[in-house]
Design a protein around this ligand. Structure first.
Ligand code: GFB
Length: 353
């Protein structure tokens, strides 16, 4: 793609980390006088998923409302109740949470279980109290048993032990699904849940200690390209199988489910196609730094051997993903390069200003 500079003129400088950019919440202009726009709260709008949802909702006839972490700590029930009383959203996309890759999940189990349980507890309860019309809760494919039959159907939830590297996060996410189900049963709330596979795209976390594998690979190969390094280190054996979905596809699926789905059972969101981490690393290598060799660090964990989702239920609702993996990796790398250029310009401006 034209956005990626050739190897002969690599961008100069490296970055310590790529900060997340706040997504700008916008008010859609095409308001009909007869039907006021629904107000839609995207909880977690600065993250990978929330920022993609805000971009996607700009195309809908809705008013998007957001709150930064400084404005509203979603772990505190009374603050969340006050915010809902004041803002009265009609719909909620509950995509906020403490998230991270295999290492962050293993080393910060308390944060992963506490933050996520509190966030969904407060938001779901405030949504009930203020009569929210519809809420979509976002889980994760790690909710399923480590030894689940592949591809994984929704019915396999709670049929076996979890993968130890992310059981704390998985427990929180399972309780979130059950929370929505319970509110549907007891209070007749129209709260639904979607379970995405591994995600990637713009506004991801590229910090090597806490990120997921895809942004880590983009950054590692980019740095190898800048430094003309012959090898890139890949964690684990390279044999685990993973399925990846571009976050813009996930955002489109969430909006689709918000409009079309109203049942107890959560819905898997993915492509139904997986590749090994080795194959994935080779794809990123071919795009970013074709001459680098892969070196596997088997002292690092592999995590679950395979977790490809059965997406029959989603397909039956009439939705399919449209972003092909190679194009998605390319555009995410272009975003990463733009981000880096912006950061470098920011440093120059500060130095010369
Ligand atoms: O994306 P990831 O961190 O999480 O790792 P999970 C996926 C696979 O990529 C593992 C390997 O086998 C890693 O060992 N890998 C190779 C790397 N190189 C790297 C690297 O540089 N960084 C990272 N991070 N991995 C997560 C869960 O599991 O999946 C979350 O921990 C969430 O809770 C998410 O559910 C969807 O796919 O193993």
């Amino acid at each position: 793609s034209s956005g990626i500079p050739p190897m002969t003129s690599p961008p100069t400088g490296t970055i310590a980390s790529v900060p997340r950019r706040p997504a700008t919440a916008s008010l859609c202009s095409a308001m009909s006088p007869d039907s006021p726009q629904p107000s839609v709260f995207v909880a977690g709008h600065r993250g990978l998923v929330g920022s993609a949802l805000v971009r996607r909702l700009e195309r809908e006839d809705v008013e998007v409302v957001t709150a930064t972490r400084d404005e509203l700590d979603l772990r505190h029930q009374s603050a969340v109740n006050d915010w809902f009383e004041t803002n009265r959203p009609d719909q909620v996309y509950l995509v906020a949470g403490t998230v991270g890759g295999i290492m962050a999940n293993s080393t910060r189990p308390a944060e992963f279980i506490y933050d996520n349980m509190m966030i969904h507890g407060t938001v779901v309860e405030a949504a009930r109290q203020t009569g929210v019309d519809k809420l979509l809760y976002l889980g994760s494919s790690c909710i399923y048993p480590r030894q689940a039959t592949q591809p994984i159907t929704e019915e396999q939830l709670l049929t076996g032990p979890l993968e130890p590297t992310n059981e704390w996060y998985a427990m929180a996410k399972i309780s979130g699904i059950k929370l929505c189900e319970a509110y549907r049963k007891q209070y007749d709330c129209d709260f639904i849940s979607a379970m995405p596979t591994n995600l990637y795209g713009p506004n991801d976390n590229f910090d090597l200690t806490s990120s997921h594998v895809l942004p880590a690979l983009i950054r590692k190969f980019h740095e190898a390209r800048n430094d003309a390094a012959p090898t890139v280190e890949i964690w684990g054996t390279g044999s685990p199988m993973r399925e990846f979905l571009h976050v813009d596809d996930l955002a489109a699926a969430c909006v689709h489910l918000m409009h079309t789905y109203s049942e107890d059972v959560h819905v898997n969101v993915g492509t139904g196609i997986d590749l090994s981490i080795r194959e994935r690393a080779e794809k990123v290598r071919d795009i970013v730094c074709p001459h680098a060799e892969l070196r596997f660090d088997t002292s690092k964990p592999d995590g679950t051997p395979r977790k490809v989702l059965d997406v029959t239920k989603l397909n039956e609702t009439g939705w399919r993903p449209s972003i092909e993996l190679e194009a998605g990796i390319r555009s995410t790398y272009e975003w990463f390069l733009d981000q880096q250029a912006t950061d470098l310009r920011g440093i120059d401006d500060a130095q010369h200003g």
